[in-house]
Design a protein around this ligand. Structure first.
Ligand code: NCD
Ligand code: ZN
Length: 345
């Protein structure tokens, strides 16, 4: 029997496209299946001003192959020098859909992030006033906090205080990796949402460390214990409006991953929809895939849902490439560790 599932075309609410030559190679991998994506601003140098976001958006559109339809939803990288009026103007022009908060040093290219949260208070208050969402990389960077605890500690020490101090600010906890993140999202109102990646629904920390170190499973926030993966799965398939897809697809070339100091990031753009269909079927919740990938995100961001459709069909095992070639070198596609039978048709 052929099983088939048609959903509204999905969006990716957290994506790294990079810049320059590699952008041309990774963009089609997303645009093939996704209509829109929230574009992360952690370039070198970061996208901190409206002018930089406008220029980056044009470079993305220039890199889009003819015949493909894709809309990049731009973000600004929040720094202690961010000008609230520049943010408000970019929002009023329809140029940006969110501002991104990286605690300084938390992840790839986050050196310009925030250390003193009092210095960004004015921008956060302006964002609450104009109803512009804040996307948050939710990990503390205190060296005394164990890397596996950094998300839970961030919620208590940073996120909850920021939200209490800034009523009305709408926040996306990005790429949550713990049951603490799930519980916090569920305990709050509709001004808080959380994205979940594809890979955190598939791997736990054993996948990274048991039987030899697997650099292509290393990302930030790092995958946690199995109980956390199961909590993320329950949240993703629940249909609850607080949870939606943000792949955090983050390409790094193989030499940069397979190194004595390997970069963090899993590249999942290529096979995400097949993996998600597999996961949702395994959870007996295929009917919730559309809410997770195509409905809950636009509802939170106040955008219309996509009118075009995407069909997944279950059949023979599909063969995705192990790697994609880029001018900077090969980039390994995330290996879920099981065969994929769901094909995007
Ligand atoms: C991201 C990257 O490579 O830019 N890496 C990652 O492990 N997710 C940065 C980020 O989102 O933390
Ligand atoms: Zn990311």
């Amino acid at each position: 029997m052929t099983l088939s599932l048609t959903i509204r075309r999905p969006d990716d609410w957290h994506l790294h496209l990079r810049d320059g030559a590699i952008l041309h190679s990774v963009l089609p991998e997303t645009a093939r299946h996704f209509e829109r994506a929230i574009i992360m601003p952690n370039l070198v140098p970061p996208v901190v001003t409206a002018a930089q976001a406008a220029a980056y958006k044009s470079r993305i559109m220039d890199a889009l192959p003819r015949g493909m339809s894709f809309t990049p939803l731009m973000t600004l990288y929040l720094t202690e020098e961010t000008d609230p009026n520049d943010v408000a103007a970019a929002h009023a022009d329809g140029l940006i859909n969110a501002v991104k908060l990286y605690p300084a040093g938390a992840t790839t290219n986050s050196a310009s992030g925030v250390t003193n949260f009092n210095k960004v208070r004015g921008t956060l208050e302006k964002m609450a006033e104009i109803d512009l969402p804040l996307c948050v990389h939710g990990e503390v960077t205190d060296p005394d906090v164990d890397i596996f605890d950094r998300e839970a500690v961030f919620i208590d020490r940073v996120l909850d205080p920021i939200r209490r101090a800034t009523p009305g600010l709408r926040v996306v906890m990005e790429h949550i990796t713990t049951s603490n993140g799930v519980e916090y999202a569920l305990s709050q109102g509709s001004d808080l949402a959380a994205t979940i990646t594809t890979h955190h629904l598939v791997i736990n920390r054993n996948h990274i460390l048991v039987g030899g170190i697997k650099p292509h499973y290393y990302c930030l926030p790092v995958a946690k214990r199995e109980e956390h993966r199961l909590a993320l799965r329950r949240a993703a398939v629940s249909g609850d409006k607080s949870f939606f897809l943000g792949t955090d697809s983050a390409p790094h070339t193989d030499p940069n991953k397979e190194s004595a100091c390997g970069c963090a990031g899993c590249f999942t753009a290529t096979n995400t929809m097949s993996i998600l269909a597999h996961v949702f079927e395994e959870e007996g919740a295929l009917e919730q895939l559309e809410a997770f990938a195509s409905l809950n995100g636009p509802a939170f961001y106040g955008l219309p849902v996509n009118e075009t459709k995407l069909t997944l069909t279950k059949g023979e095992a599909t063969n995705y490439p192990d790697k994609i070639d880029t001018p900077d070198g090969p980039v390994t596609v995330f290996d879920p560790g099981f065969p994929l039978y769901w094909n995007v048709t």
